[in-house]
Design a protein around this ligand. Structure first.
Ligand code: GAL
Length: 499
């Protein structure tokens, strides 16, 4: 995403050209490669207060007197998938996907967020119905426990800034494994902790709207990592032996390319990867655990310079390092775009970007999308897959999101088809030419939906949704037909020879 970063600094910066494209690869994916599509609860379900659901921080955020959403919209109804889930499953079946990644709404299941105050049977029924409908259609449910919609009741106690949230998340995870784990064999703990930390607690453009960059983003991040580890251990110790599934984190990734070949910019780009991916990746996936050394060093340096008595980056105890390290079965990787990194000091202190001494920008020649933060840079996908594989010892990578934003109501979405063609092909090169172990791919998103602060002004769906019609009809776009063909072919088989 890096959306907020872009908004701050993008306009003034223009990168130099660096073209990494090479030939299209005609080949197929390994046998058993998994193809799927994804959504998240707040973005599609609607029914925000139906049948006993509790309020979440996104419900609170969109109903705030201060406008946060560009078109003034909400997810109150969204795609109405709470009531129309059978239609969504029919779309998935038509695509031919083997799995569907969706998230559970914590406050639909446990309205206050705290299981000690009770749970909501209607929420359990809803997800049981969805899971059963998927399985009846030959589609595996792949479930995200947390996609940013913290119960508001927990926010009242500090939310991700209060370490007790890790207890609540552990209880909620246990509850989800207990009720759904007999049928759900793929779990994701927390979607993009970076976004929840940086945009929710640093820049404040996302719920819960807290903006103390360089301080509270790190504290929220710390608890997000501990919460992930709690859920993983509960699954591993208590449920895996009988349920036999797998569970991992989902990371927001961009590739950061040095803006010039000056060694300062080369180091800045590697540092940017550590501040973006390593912040959450290193404690879990590296051999030694803990935050990346460069991150600890740079945050400590700037904290001291700014007169803080200690580093603004929280510290793990040795016991916590050991507890968090290795809590994965795969690396869930979300990827959309690439940026340039330049060595330099962001003017505001304290701040996360200044700590990293990174000035991000785009190369102006990279094609734009409807989202300011998303440029089309397919080769960056191959590079980030290689970076993660090299950094984390060949970890199996599950691509859990990838997609393109266009403006509303484009049914013949050729730009999305071009995006998917080139990005999926770069993933194929990473597997076939570079030996990266990618086990599956997930197109974001199945249907147009509530795109957070962009409301309904940016669309990511393979299927169009008419948000002006109370029935929310779904219509396939050209990209749905394209993706269906890729799945049927398991890639891009060689074209017939030219005569
Ligand atoms: C991801 C996020 C999704 C979706 C997508 C497109 O970072 O997990 O919920 O919003 O970006 O912006």
């Amino acid at each position: 995403m890096v959306r907020a970063i872009c908004l701050f600094v993008l306009a003034i910066l223009v990168g130099h050209s660096s073209c990494q494209d090479d030939e299209f690869l005609y080949d197929t994916f390994p046998e058993g490669f998994m193809w799927g599509s994804a959504t998240s609860a707040y973005q599609i379900e609607g029914a925000w207060d139906q049948d006993g659901k509790g309020e979440s921080i996104w419900d609170r955020f969109v109903h705030d007197d201060v406008p946060h959403i560009v078109d003034g919209s909400t997810g109150d109804v969204a795609c109405d998938s709470y009531n129309l889930y059978q239609e969504d499953v029919a779309l998935l079946k038509n695509l031919g996907v083997s799995f569907y990644r969706f998230s559970l709404s914590w406050s639909r299941l446990i309205p206050s967020g705290d299981l000690r105050h009770g749970f909501n049977q209607a929420g359990i029924d809803y997800y049981n119905n969805l899971i059963n409908e998927l399985l009846a259609n030959g589609i595996q449910p792949a479930v995200t426990l947390y996609h940013w919609d913290l119960p508001q009741g927990l926010q009242e106690h500090g939310g991700w800034l209060n370490v007790s949230v890790t207890d609540r998340f552990a209880e909620y995870s246990d509850f989800a494994f207990l009720f759904f784990g007999d049928r759900v064999k793929t779990w994701f703990t927390i979607n993009e902790p970076w976004v929840q930390a940086v945009q929710g607690h640093g820049f404040g453009d996302f719920a819960p709207g807290i903006n103390q960059s360089g301080i509270l983003d790190y504290q929220a991040g710390h608890n997000l990592i501990l919460a992930h580890a709690r859920a993983w251990h509960i699954y591993d110790g208590k449920y895996r032996p009988t349920q036999g599934g797998r569970i991992g984190f989902n990371m927001y990734t961009s590739f950061l390319e040095p803006k010039t070949d000056n060694p300062d910019d080369v180091f800045a780009a590697e540092r940017a990867m550590q501040f973006l991916i390593g912040w959450f990746g290193h404690p879990v996936y590296s051999q030694d655990g803990d935050y990346p050394a460069v991150m600890k060093e740079f945050v400590a340096f700037h904290s001291a310079e700014e007169g803080f008595p200690e580093s603004r980056l929280p510290q793990f105890t040795p016991e916590e390092i050991a507890y968090v390290k290795g809590t994965y079965d795969f690396f869930g990787l979300n990827h959309y775009t690439t940026m340039l990194a330049e060595n330099g000091l962001f003017p505001y202190a304290p701040s996360y970007i200044r700590d990293g001494e990174i000035i991000p920008s785009f190369n102006e020649s990279w094609p734009e999308s409807a989202a300011i933060w998303l440029r089309v840079v397919p080769w960056g996908f191959r590079k980030v897959l290689n970076w993660v594989s090299n950094e984390y010892n060949g970890v199996p990578i599950f691509v859990t999101e990838n997609g393109y934003a266009d403006s509303p109501d484009q049914i013949d979405d050729v730009d999305r088809v071009n995006y998917y063609t080139s990005y999926i092909n770069e993933m194929l090169k990473a597997i076939k030419l570079d030996g990266v172990n990618v086990i599956g791919y997930t197109a974001w998103s199945l249907i147009d939906n509530f795109e957070w602060t962009a409301g309904y002004t940016e669309r990511f769906g393979l299927y169009h949704v008419d948000f002006n019609d109370p029935l929310r009809p779904r219509t396939p776009k050209s990209s749905a037909a394209f993706y269906k063909q890729v799945i049927a072919d398991n890639g891009f088989p060689a074209p017939p020879p030219k005569l």
